[in-house]
Design a protein around this ligand. Structure first.
Ligand code: SF4
Length: 311
């Protein structure tokens, strides 16, 4: 099923004041669930791929960092828009006569775990993610079992350069949807649709195959271990190496998850960045402070030209 096409067809009908499209939207909007009391020690499928230390802070009911009322107001708006995107996809699936369930609980044969699918048809689960426009600027690696089904078609620019879509799905999205496949009973593998909240990028649809299940097991085991050792906290996330300046610099910087963490002040990770290598007048140079083994591993996978100059 091409969910992106269903959504577009629904939006055209809704724009044209099609009474059934409007009725579908109203029906879905009425399904909004009230917030419920959370067991702080409960783990969720949406925790997969998160920083384990961040999950531990939540388990321990650690107070979140203080935020300005303006930031809280911004977040409320952002979450509301994310809900709207999810409702739009659900209404589109209903409009196509394919909706079987919305916000449905998942049975997980592990102690004190929870999860809820966004949308279910008779054939598959659809997980809806809406992200910032800049998420489409980063080209994430596809995890085992994850394939891009629909999105921007590759094209060739007049100068001959091939343009293909960046991979915008995050690992956490793939793990969460993959778990719905692992614990569900639908005949087809789950789908993730990724929408740009700003509307500047073509949405993408991914299929999450069973090859990802072993990694999901590892993640679940790890989070249960973290929960078992509370109140001891797991380590902070290590820094990562990234290509910057369009592949002309290699920089060691904090994991991106730290930037969006609700416990950043409490945790106080080292947020400094340092340049480890750069392309100067056509030649790669590496900095003395770099960890050469780590840089070599990174270069081997990402920048073969840099590999050649490393000792
Ligand atoms: S600041 Fe970073 S390391 Fe600390 S809990 Fe948050 S995500 Fe984890």
């Amino acid at each position: 099923m091409n969910v992106l096409t269903l959504v577009d067809e629904f939006l055209i009908a809704y724009r044209d004041a099609d009474t059934r499209a409007i009725a579908c939207w109203k029906y879905i909007a009425d399904q909004a669930l009230p917030p419920k009391e959370r067991d702080p020690l409960r783990l969720y499928l949406s925790d997969l791929g998160k920083c384990p230390r961040q999950v531990a802070y939540r388990n321990l009911e650690t107070e979140k960092d203080r935020r300005s009322s303006q930031s809280e107001s911004n977040d409320r708006f952002m979450f509301h828009m994310a809900d709207q995107v999810e409702c739009t996809v659900a209404a589109a699936v209903l409009y196509a006569d394919k909706l079987e369930a919305f916000q449905n609980g998942v049975a997980i044969d592990r102690e004190n775990w929870g999860g809820r699918t966004d949308i279910e048809t008779a054939e598959e689960v659809i997980e809806v993610k809406s992200v910032r426009s800049n998420s489409f600027n980063y080209d994430n690696a596809l995890l085992p079992g994850v394939t891009l089904e629909y999105g921007l078609e590759p094209y060739v620019k007049p100068n001959g350069e091939l343009v293909r879509p960046n991979i915008a799905i995050k690992d956490a999205h793939a793990y969460q949807a993959g778990a719905y496949g692992k614990y569900g009973s639908h005949p087809k593998d789950p789908i993730v649709v990724v929408y740009d909240r700003g509307g500047s990028n073509t949405p993408q649809q991914y299929r999450i195959g069973p090859e990802i299940h072993p990694t999901i097991d590892d993640q679940m085991n790890r989070l249960e271990l973290v929960r078992g050792y509370l109140p001891t906290l797991p380590n902070k996330l290590p820094k990562v190496l990234k290509e910057r300046s369009y592949g002309k610099r290699v920089v060691q910087e904090p994991d991106w998850r730290c930037s969006y963490c609700d416990y950043k002040v409490t945790c106080s990770p080292d947020l400094s960045k340092s340049e480890w290598a750069s392309l100067e007048q056509g030649s790669w140079r590496w900095r003395k402070k770099a960890d050469i083994d780590a840089l070599a591993t990174f270069a081997h996978e990402n920048l073969p030209e840099l590999s050649k100059v490393l000792p």
